[in-house]
Design a protein. Structure first.
Ligand code: OOG
Ligand code: MG
Length: 241
């Protein structure tokens, strides 16, 4: 069930409190036996910033139980008002620790890139929130479907990957990876720098990072069949039941 956003009745609830709540949530999930599956960045493209009416970057976590296989299914009964967005994911070959991490350093320390569909779902009514609310809600992380092939970051230009998002054979969104901060590698660099600022933390070797939606997110309905095509990287699909 959707709930009112925190800042509605508590205007003093701020970004740092939002990240404190997020850290508590991570602890709870870990105590329940879940593992962090990936880091995620959010609101990294103009399309997403405009859609959500927030222009600051955020980060959160995707947990292992959120991972759905390509051609798999998500169950709408487990979710509130899910939306889908297409993203590029990175996997690191080395630790990445801020401050001042650059795109070139990210490229040197990236082992693989792969296409991904993120399913976001906000616990707030009407999918509306302010920045501290969405941070406390773990940046709406809900499900992820990864492409089944991964690629070396040098194989093609990471900032010119065209993406289409089709639902039931209708084109609902399309874009190019440069929409994410000019280059999705920049999203990884900023994550490393934000984690450093928030407690001198690093992105450990082997981590996966979802760099943020390239296009606006599209609302899902029961029985939807979602298919997304990425230049060079193939296709991902899943079904909503
Ligand atoms: C916040 C999460 C944003 C992205 O890729 O930009 C996000 C939201 O829009 O609910 O995951
Ligand atoms: Mg996302």
């Amino acid at each position: 069930m959707a709930v009112p956003r925190i800042t509605e009745k508590n205007p003093e609830f701020d970004i740092s409190m939002g990240y404190q709540v997020q850290q508590e949530l991570v602890k709870i999930k870990k105590n329940q036996g879940h593992e962090i599956f990936a880091f995620k960045m959010g609101l990294t493209s103009m399309a997403k910033m405009t859609q959500m009416n927030i222009t600051e970057l955020i980060y959160g976590y995707i947990f292992d139980y959120m991972n759905i296989p390509d051609q798999g299914e998500i169950s709408i009964d487990e979710l509130i008002h899910p939306k889908v967005e297409a993203e590029i994911a990175f996997i690191l070959s080395e630790d990445l620790q801020g401050p001042d991490i650059t795109v070139d350093q990210v490229m040197e320390k990236t082992e693989w890139i792969l296409p991904a569909l993120e399913i976001i779902d906000s616990r707030y009514q009407n999918f509306k929130f302010k920045l501290p609310d969405v941070i406390a809600d773990n940046t709406s992380a809900s499900r992820v479907v990864l492409g089944n092939r991964k690629f070396r970051p040098q194989e093609f230009k990471i900032d010119s990957i065209g993406v289409t998002l089709m639902i039931n054979d209708e084109l609902r969104a399309n874009g190019v990876s440069a929409a994410v901060l000019d280059n999705p590698a920049n999203s990884v660099a900023i994550l490393a720098n934000m984690l450093y600022t928030n407690g001198k933390r690093k992105i450990p070797k082997g981590s996966m990072i979802l760099t943020g939606g390239i296009t606006e997110a599209i609302l899902l309905n029961k029985w939807d069949i979602v298919t997304s095509k990425f230049d060079h990287m193939g296709e991902i699909s899943f079904r909503v039941r």
